[in-house]
Write a new protein. Sequence first.
Length: 153
Amino acid sequence: MAEVLAHTPPATTRLAPAQLAGLRVGDRLPPLQLPPVSRLTLALYCGASGDHNPIHVDSDFARAAGQADVFAHGMLSMAWLGRLLTDWVPQQALRRFEVRFAAITQVGEAIRCTGEVAEIVVELGERRARLLLQTTNEAGQIKLQGEAVVALG
């Protein structure tokens, strides 16, 4: 596990209340760059999530299913987007989070998570931001697209 975490610096992007107050449409979240997806990462996620589908960890099974190799769990990419969000605002500020899987994340791809403020609204008396989110590989191919709504304080 130290191998996986060694490439991931601690979160330093959390916004202070004054910064949240000044948030505008078009502002971007600090990106989260992940190391290349490894088989170890897939095995660790398999154990942590309880998703033991062999297509993610057994190369022979993946090939028999018509894939070139094992590939990342879609929910792992969603978890990375969740980390992008909670590096930026506290978890309790999250009001909605949804994604659409666009492409398979292959072993060896280095995934980048990004987000942008699409809208600032007041809902139920609370100031909120609607965010557009995505993960891409190093070639810019979109793997996951989504949206989140977060409370701004």
